[in-house]
Design a protein around this ligand. Structure first.
Ligand SMILES: NC(=O)c1ccc[n+]([C@@H]2O[C@H](COP(=O)([O-])OP(=O)(O)OC[C@H]3O[C@@H](n4cnc5c(N)ncnc54)[C@H](OP(=O)(O)O)[C@@H]3O)[C@@H](O)[C@H]2O)c1
Length: 283
């Protein structure tokens, strides 16, 4: 572990950096160089997914990097089409072959797809894959409290993390409260609202940025860090990668934290309207 990055301790004892690299859109030979840059810039957690079509690229960057494998945490996700028990186990093995590693540090069910009603079976597969040594920490993504209640009740195993949409326009407090009460670490996806909304131009956050001599992105990442939330901003440029790791030398006041909370737009703030009870993706 790179000791310059603070860590969170998961409910299974594993330490994870408080900031990782998101990789949606980071692909191919260019992507390998961008992940290598990220490792040089101190990132030690890489968030990928079968759905991103870049697991092979992540593996190539890990092989080419001078950072030893055991200091890099690799996290991937189970696609919706693979929720059946046998399919899930084979998908985990296939993803490991694609990346060229023999275990995941972290692995998540990508979406619950409650209309398909197979997420408990998928969760049992992750629980068993952890016992087989294929995964160190098991978690979920986009799970609401009702989905979490069900997997915990039916398997007796609480996820280590729940990766959810979370940014100032969709603060997702209800799920975060549930996660906290159950010892589940929240991970925030699209912390900057991706490129499809104006979050990075928000005037109120810009005024806080000016006051703290930081960027809008840094204020958003700090807001999450002060709530004990792991963030995985996607950044391909060196400039953004370095900026996103440089958030540990200032503090937002309680009042400033609340000012950012107040930007919440509820479901209108979702970046692509993907409600976990409705949204389905299978690949
Ligand atoms: N579990 C899920 O269902 C789910 C869903 C969506 C995303 N995710 C994960 O979350 C990660 C992050 O979300 P995201 O990719 O949707 O979007 P995001 O991280 O909110 O935003 C990425 C955009 O912000 C730019 N950026 C990065 N750092 C910046 C900075 N300091 N200042 C200004 N702009 C900056 C990036 O530009 P450059 O690339 O040019 O640097 C890119 O255009 C994904 O990559 C993925 O790993 C998970």
């Amino acid at each position: 572990m790179n000791k310059s990055i603070p860590t969170y301790t998961l409910n299974d004892g594993q330490e994870v950096p408080v900031i990782g690299l998101g990789t949606v859109g980071i692909k191919g030979a260019k992507g390998v160089n961008e992940v290598l840059d990220a490792l040089d810039n101190g990132y030690r957690l890489i968030d990928t997914s079968t759905n991103y079509n870049n697991e092979g690229m992540v593996g190539e960057a890990i092989r080419r990097s001078s950072v030893p494998r055991d200091q890099i945490l690799v996290s991937s996700k189970l696609p919706g089409a693979k929720h059946k028990y046998e399919d899930a186990i084979q998908m985990i093995q296939e993803s490991l072959y694609r990346i060229g590693i023999d275990y995941f540090d972290k692995y998540l069910i990508h979406w619950p797809l409650p209309k398909q009603d197979q997420y408990v079976e998928a969760w049992q597969a992750l629980v068993d894959a952890q016992k087989f040594g294929l995964i160190r920490s098991i978690g979920v993504s986009n799970f609401l409290p009702e989905h979490l209640d069900r997997i915990i009740e039916e398997t007796g195993v609480t996820p280590a993390t729940n990766q959810i949409e979370r940014h100032p326009y969709f603060t997702n407090k209800r799920v975060i409260e549930y996660n906290k009460e159950h010892g589940i670490l929240t991970e925030a996806w699209s912390p900057f609202g991706r490129e499809i909304n104006d979050l990075l131009e928000n005037e109120m956050i810009a005024s806080l940025a000016e006051k703290h001599k930081k960027s809008v992105g840094q204020i958003i990442l700090r807001w999450n860090y002060q709530e004990q939330i792991l963030t995985i901003p996607k950044a391909s440029s060196n400039k953004h990668q370095r900026e996103n790791m440089d958030i540990f030398d200032f503090t937002l006041s309680d009042e400033e934290m609340k000012m950012i909370d107040s930007l919440d737009k509820g479901l209108d703030g979702l970046v692509e309207g993907q409600h976990p009870n409705e949204y389905e993706e299978f690949d």
